[in-house]
Design a protein around this ligand. Structure first.
Ligand SMILES: CC(=O)N[C@H](C=O)[C@@H](O)[C@H](O)[C@H](O)CO
Ligand SMILES: CC(=O)C(=O)O
Length: 307
């Protein structure tokens, strides 16, 4: 890679995709959304078009327009805009990677394809490589997401030796609960100065103990400010305080899960907490009953007010 890399650390919001009532992407919300994240949540980096952003339900053209808007409005405000380019077709991934480079994104991430699946970690490495060469100057992150992709090889096996085939490789976003594998990713990443970002918000403290450098998640959209306090407490060695904050976030997420917490519900919760109009989800997700979102949003507001 020709330019020096800004290491990705701290909390990164996995953003929602604003839609109009008619279900079209609503770029007019992106500017206010960025201001909200920075001013109200102390969040300075975003991960767009991922699971939370319903990336797999968007067309390639819509994904490009969204990435363009996030980079344009985020310039001079956000520290990093990471564009998720994972798709079922490698051609689409490559097109999105090339586009991300052309608009000045700070990095790209790719999930494993999940219809035809790679038969082993080497096949997946090859897939990631063939995407990365369309954006050779952009940091590339592997997005490990076995719960959605069904591809559950150890992420550590994907990382092992990947620097030899992908010079731009820069780390992993780890959305899984296997702490052995996570720890091995951190261990391997140390000598390469890569970032390991954790993606299970309700378990972040455990990942920090193992050396994760930050986190990418949906809940940082609306309680990132408080989770930043957890990171600060952990860095200060105040484990009691860090644990108390993680317990509170766990309680909210458990409450939400018991009510049925999919991306549609999560999106409506974001609208309720932030006041930004995220709009409906896209099919096959169904709109969430407002009362359900309001019950979760109330817990989040109480959590934020308490800190
Ligand atoms: C599978 C999935 O989308 N996980 C998200 C990010 O990786 C998380 O941020 C969850 O939304 C969060 O941990 C709540 O369970
Ligand atoms: C949560 C996350 O990282 C995603 O939306 O893809």
């Amino acid at each position: 890679m020709s330019r020096s890399v800004k290491k990705l650390t701290g909390l990164v919001a996995a953003t929602f995709t604003p839609l109009t009532a008619e279900g079209e992407i609503n770029l007019s919300v992106i500017g206010p959304y960025i201001d909200y994240l920075i001013e109200k949540q102390n969040i300075k980096s975003v991960f767009i078009n991922g699971t939370t952003g319903e990336g797999s339900s968007l067309s390639v053209e819509e994904r490009k327009q969204l990435a363009g808007a996030w980079c344009q409005y985020g310039r001079g405000k956000l520290e990093q805009v990471i564009v998720h380019v994972g798709c079922l077709s490698i051609k689409d991934c490559q097109e999105l990677a090339r586009h991300a480079a052309s608009i000045g994104a700070d990095g790209i991430a790719v999930t494993s394809p999940s219809y035809f699946k790679p038969i082993n970690a080497d096949a997946l490495k090859l897939f990631i490589k063939e995407v990365s060469i369309f954006a050779p100057d952009l940091p590339m992150y592997y997005y490990h997401l076995p719960s959605m992709t069904g591809v559950a090889f150890d992420a550590a096996d994907v990382l092992n030796g990947i620097e030899q085939v992908i010079p731009s490789f820069q780390g992993v976003k780890y959305t899984g609960t296997d702490l052995r594998d996570l720890g091995q990713c951190v261990s391997y990443s140390q000598s390469h100065n890569w970032s390991v970002l954790f993606g299970v918000d309700e378990q972040l403290l455990g990942a920090l103990v193992l050396g994760a450098h930050g986190a990418v998640g949906s809940t940082y959209n609306y309680f990132g400010r408080v989770v930043n306090q957890m990171l600060a407490a952990f860095d200060d060695g105040n484990h009691m305080q860090a644990r108390a904050l993680q317990f509170e976030s766990m309680e909210i997420i458990t409450f939400a899960k018991n009510l049925g917490f999919d991306v549609a519900v999560n999106k409506q919760v974001m609208s309720e907490v932030s006041g930004l109009a995220m709009g409906p989800p896209r099919l096959p997700l169904l709109p969430c009953p407002v009362l359900k979102a309001q019950a979760i949003a109330q817990k989040i507001k109480d959590f934020s007010q308490g800190h």
